[in-house]
Design a protein around this ligand. Structure first.
Ligand SMILES: Cc1cc2nc3c(=O)[nH]c(=O)nc-3n(C[C@H](O)[C@H](O)[C@H](O)COP(=O)(O)O)c2cc1C
Length: 224
């Protein structure tokens, strides 16, 4: 078993990247990554993650279509996004946005700057690959939990391979460009995307750092 200190170091060093260099990841490396994370656990071992991964030039074509959709229509994800974040989630969300906008040099009152930063999601941050992650809707919320577990494995394993990532619920807001171009089953619901590539270390967005609460805020013990 890997020792916890090595795992924790890998987890604490990993960051979502939001600006990528254009060079693609070799197909063999992507195969290695997605083969390794098949070890993720799931309820009754149903392994419900369904993943479509784009390679260039398809990624760029999809980014063009997503940006057009985002510019011209309101978000309409297949699973409703939260409308409100009650406390303390609201404060976490605000701090997360502030960290990103500060890194990017976008002022809070700069509406145009914030809109442009939001649109960068739909340019897929110029990443060479997008994984669109879906799940059979007939399985319901516990299978979505399974897919979340798998996502945790993916971002960690990618980091171990020197691959940068950013999970992206934002792309689920515009399902049509995804369904028009990718083989996503009718019975599936699109959950989120995940961009993969090599982050541009010089890009301001990649200087963004988020923080975490101590575990006592999330975890309670009862009894002795
Ligand atoms: C399911 C999921 C969806 C996410 N969607 C987006 C997204 O659409 N756009 C984005 O910039 N970041 C997205 N993120 C990244 C989070 O903002 C990021 O994980 C969080 O702020 C913690 O920062 P870190 O990943 O750098 O540790 C998403 C993360 C998860 C797990």
């Amino acid at each position: 078993m890997t020792d916890l200190a090595a795992l924790e170091a890998a987890w604490s060093e990993r960051r979502s990247k939001r600006a990528f260099r254009p060079e693609p990841i070799e197909r063999g490396t992507l195969d290695r990554l997605f083969e390794a994370v098949q070890h993720a656990p799931s309820w009754c071992n149903v392994q419900p993650w369904r993943v479509t991964i784009t390679m260039p030039p398809v990624t760029g074509e999809l980014a063009g279509a997503l940006q057009a959709a985002a510019r011209s229509g309101l978000p309409h994800p297949e699973i409703a996004f939260p409308l409100e974040y009650p406390s303390p989630y609201r404060e976490h969300r605000i701090a997360c946005g502030a960290a990103l906008y500060t890194a990017m040099g976008v002022a809070r009152e700069d509406k145009a700057g914030r809109y442009d930063a939001w649109l960068r999601n739909y340019a897929l941050f110029d990443a060479p690959h997008l994984a669109v992650v879906s799940c059979d809707r007939r399985l319901g919320p516990y299978a979505y939990v399974d897919v979340g577990v798998w996502l945790g494995f993916v971002v960690t394993a990618a980091a171990a391979l020197g691959i940068d990532t950013c999970p992206m619920a934002s792309i689920a807001a515009y399902p049509e460009p995804l369904r028009a171009r990718l083989p996503i089953a009718e019975s599936d619901v699109i959950l989120f995307g995940l961009v993969l590539g090599h982050g541009d270390d010089a890009a301001p967005a990649n200087a963004c750092r988020t923080t975490r609460e101590p575990a006592a805020k999330n975890v309670a013990f009862v009894g002795v």
